[in-house]
Write a new protein. Structure first.
Ligand SMILES: NC(=O)c1ccc[n+]([C@@H]2O[C@H](COP(=O)([O-])OP(=O)(O)OC[C@H]3O[C@@H](n4cnc5c(N)ncnc54)[C@H](OP(=O)(O)O)[C@@H]3O)[C@@H](O)[C@H]2O)c1
Length: 282
């Protein structure tokens, strides 16, 4: 599996998303087995949030962690914007840790911006870091102006990563946000890297160029979409799946190297932005 270097920490380029998981008792065992398969095959980053199923996804991840070495997992969770005050985030984190059955997170993200001043949120996460309850802190759904504001705050530049929507159908952040992050060595975690499995907007996997490149590599079009997302060294993708077969494919996509010519053919089909685009979120 290709690795990314996030501020000196080596991590796999493909992690595991968990949105909509842990909600259904009938699929619970299958979901648990799928995440465990991913961990056992090198996808050792898990992305979850207190929001997902109001704690159900964290509970599922906590159950998986009973069967895997916690120290070998880079565990990410997120707090709601309304829990972004110093006091409320302490409680939110304790609740998350209880569900996850662990005593620390590797990365704690503000899920999206709300009305709590950013300065209070930064002071809060730094307190949690000092207490040893989180190793790193970061943000999600931040655009360039949000990051500029963050970097203007004391210790704001200690942010570990920004997690935003990024896939072949949503390349807007390439115009200014990604270059801005790159110039400050701030890595990107790409969410919905396969556009929620083709269920939104464009049917990326039905594109003839994507299909042709998939045929050349003897992989599925979905694997090409995923491989495209992580062609840069500072981008990690966190696809979600409840299928062991898909998890296997997603991990294998972490090995695919697209040639310059293939990247150019893809660019012609799905051009990058030529002006500032509003940040896309789901
Ligand atoms: N920070 C944020 O605000 C934010 C927002 C959205 C998402 N996220 C995070 O990002 C993760 C990923 O995003 P997402 O779940 O919205 O969308 P996604 O990962 O782009 O797509 C998930 C869908 O793709 C399907 N899929 C996965 N691998 C596949 C494969 N190899 N072949 C065919 N289909 C495949 C899955 O179905 P199967 O189960 O059938 O495989 C599922 O329906 C989330 O789970 C969450 O952890 C964060």
């Amino acid at each position: 599996m290709k690795q990314v270097n996030f501020k000196g920490v080596n991590l796999p380029a493909i992690g595991i998303g968990t949105w909509h998981m842990g909600d259904n008792l009938k699929t619970y065992a299958q979901e648990k087995a799928t995440i465990l398969y991913g961990l056992n095959h090198g996808a050792t980053v898990i992305d979850t949030a207190e929001m997902y199923g109001e704690g159900n996804a964290e509970t599922l991840v906590g159950d998986v962690l009973q069967e895997f070495d916690r120290q070998k997992v880079f565990l990410i969770s997120k707090f709601y914007p309304q829990n972004a005050t110093k006091e409320r985030m302490k409680q939110a984190l304790n609740n998350s840790l209880k569900r996850l059955k662990t005593d620390y997170l590797d990365l704690y993200l503000l899920h999206w911006r709300g009305s709590v001043p950013l300065s209070e949120t930064v002071a809060g996460v730094i307190d949690l870091q000092k207490e040893g309850k989180i190793r790193h802190w970061g943000v999600s759904n931040f655009d360039t102006a949000d990051l500029e504001e963050l970097y203007g705050l004391p210790q704001g530049d200690q942010v570990f990563a920004n997690e935003d929507l990024y896939n072949l159908a949503n390349r807007g952040i390439e115009y200014d946000l990604l270059p801005w992050q790159r110039s400050r060595q701030l890595p990107l975690i790409a969410y919905a890297p396969i556009d929620q499995g083709d269920s939104r907007g464009q049917k990326l996997t039905q594109n003839s160029v994507v299909q042709k490149i998939a045929d050349v590599h003897q992989v599925t079009p979905m694997q090409i979409l995923l491989a495209w997302t992580i062609q840069s060294e500072d981008v990690m993708a966190i696809p979600q799946t409840s299928s062991i077969e898909h998890m296997k494919q997603n991990i294998e996509a972490g090995e695919i190297i697209l040639s310059d010519s293939e990247m150019q053919q893809i660019d012609l089909q799905f051009p990058g932005p030529d002006s500032k685009q509003p940040l896309q979120m789901i």
